[in-house]
Design a protein around this ligand. Structure first.
Ligand code: SF4
Length: 217
């Protein structure tokens, strides 16, 4: 079983190409300024069988995908579940002859992950570790703050991500995706500092109030 906050396809703003995005539920780190505070609490209601999640992935991306991005929440707070999920994704990739990459975010320091979670790192192609630091805006793609490196962990990861190691974020607005899900709207991607509050203010003057937001409690 794995605790999942949400899943979406296609995600185009968290890694190269068209990707499956999986956000786990539960984070014990609590970075100041985190925009995903709805993912912090443990929630037994959000547990789902990993086989079911893998079946959803195979189904939703039957037309092809470039990668899977796992974020949260803190994926490494569920190490056994994360291992089973990554092994299942790798088996699907191998058996179907696909070439998608596996990218994972973590708020733990890279040194801690290398020391305590080396077997999990060996299942990934790329990793963006380190806690979010509100005072250090990022200047590179897919990063929340400038202290977060892009770490390449496999030959596939090096082949696919090498160009992005040297590519600064394009000047101009950051891209986020909006997903309408029943009476809920959620956003995919990493907004610039203050963007979400600006969005809330713009919507408010047009008569649209947000009842709950994930970027503050
Ligand atoms: S940024 Fe990530 S690691 Fe930090 S509190 Fe938010 S979900 Fe947790």
């Amino acid at each position: 079983m794995i605790s999942i906050n949400k899943a979406h396809y296609p995600v185009t703003v968290l890694g190269p190409g068209r990707r499956i995005g999986l956000w786990v539920q539960g984070c014990s780190i609590g970075c100041k300024g985190c925009i995903s505070q709805d993912t912090w609490a443990d929630d037994p209601e959000r547990l789902m069988p990993i086989a079911e999640l893998l079946a959803w992935c195979r189904d939703v991306a039957a037309g092809g995908l470039d990668g899977v991005t796992i974020s949260g929440g803190e994926p490494f707070d569920q190490p056994e579940a994360l291992a089973a999920l990554l092994q299942g994704l790798r088996a699907w990739r191998r058996q179907a002859g696909l070439d998608f990459d596996l990218l994972c975010y973590s708020g733990y320091p890279l040194a801690t992950l290398r020391k305590r979670q080396a077997p999990l790192l060996a299942l990934l192609d790329a990793l963006i570790p380190e806690p979010f630091v509100e005072a250090r805006p990022a200047s590179e793609p897919w990063r929340g703050s400038a202290n977060q490196p892009l770490v390449l962990l496999s030959a596939r990861g090096r082949r696919r991500y090498a160009a992005y190691l040297r590519q600064p974020l394009a000047l101009g607005p950051k891209r986020i995706q909006a997903v309408v899900d029943g009476d809920r709207v959620w956003y995919v991607g990493i907004p610039a500092r203050g963007d979400m509050e600006r969005l809330r203010a713009l919507c408010a003057v047009r008569g649209l109030d947000f009842s709950e937001v994930s970027w503050r409690q």
